[in-house]
Design a protein around this ligand. Sequence first.
Ligand code: NAD
Length: 364
Amino acid sequence: MSTVRVFAKDLEAFVIEAMRRYGIHEDDAQLSAQILVTTDTWGVHTHGTRQLRPLLKNFPIGRLNADAKPEMIREGAAWTLLDGHHGVPFVTAHHAMKLAIEKAKICGIGYTGVIHTSHFGAAGYYATMAAEQGMVGIASCNADPQMTVPGGRGKVLGTNPIAYAVPAGSNKPVFLDIATSAAAANKIIRAKLLGQSIPEGWLVNADGEPTTDPSGFPETGALMPMAAHKGYGFALLVEVLAGAMTGAAMTKEQPSWVTGVAGNPPGPANQGQMFIAIDTSAMLPPERFGERMDWLLDYIHDAPKAKGSERIYLPGEIEWEKREHALEHGMILPPDVVESLQGLAGDVGIETLPFETITDIESE
Ligand SMILES: NC(=O)c1ccc[n+]([C@@H]2O[C@H](COP(=O)([O-])OP(=O)(O)OC[C@H]3O[C@@H](n4cnc5c(N)ncnc54)[C@H](O)[C@@H]3O)[C@@H](O)[C@H]2O)c1
């Protein structure tokens, strides 16, 4: 069996060049490449460089603007409301979390809400920015409806992801980065393409009944929330903190960030995004907080293991280990990511892809 392997620096260079050919400014392309490729190194391939091709298609048709910069609408001591002006969404989200961190340095906590923006990829990247500064970070966004709610039929809420990251003493930051749906839409579409059934609890059919048959999605049916009413409740919280509170579009008024989706409301995506930073040193000296986190994490790691289990993972631990491996040995990209990058190369006329073909993936 053969597949392709790519090294982070080569993939970043490819992303920068592709973005440059779409008219994105060099520094914005560099930052975007760093965000998307970091996501791939975590193994979160659903939201890494795979997303670049569909996102870039928004620029030539005016749904995104390479020259736009985020602008402050209003601010208080601990919060900012930003207008993304439909600029490069990764850059806007990065700027928003930086502002939250700056406010938290002064007030102990900072919040940034953003309107007029689009797909920022994995929420976790922005949460870890705060953790790198010794702060707790939370990042989230609303999205166009893909998910049903308990008792409902059809698509009601977005998959509204939420991520947190916590600095953790001598450990790498703990970070959880999840959609509030049971499974990402990409996973269902992939199963559909492969003619496979999906696990119970992921999808409802056109009548709102649970199904393991992905063939009708996304035209009909809807994703199920994670953990039933609990995921629904969190998706709603995200809709409030990122959507209702900021003034961004919400639910059925939210155009998909993907171009050409049937039934899309007119105009560009107007996602609401929110970024929170909490400076733990406002409550406890950093070394004391670090000791407490180390104690907590050791306690969890050392908990008795279930039959057949050798290890307990902390949120984020799998991603940090994958990243370390990817930086040293390169990473194997799933076929849908390869296809997306090949398509992008074709779109912009890049002839040399950053991949290396390998035939023995057992040893990886
Ligand atoms: N921008 C958007 O509109 C949007 C929408 C939906 C999802 N997303 C992104 O999709 C990505 C994937 O989301 P998902 O819901 O498929 O994630 P997922 O279900 O794969 O869960 C991933 C999270 O669970 C943790 N985890 C996994 N196994 C664990 C274990 N055994 N012990 C402890 N922690 C464990 C991981 O560390 C990670 O934080 C995220 O990056 C999310 O931000 C983005």
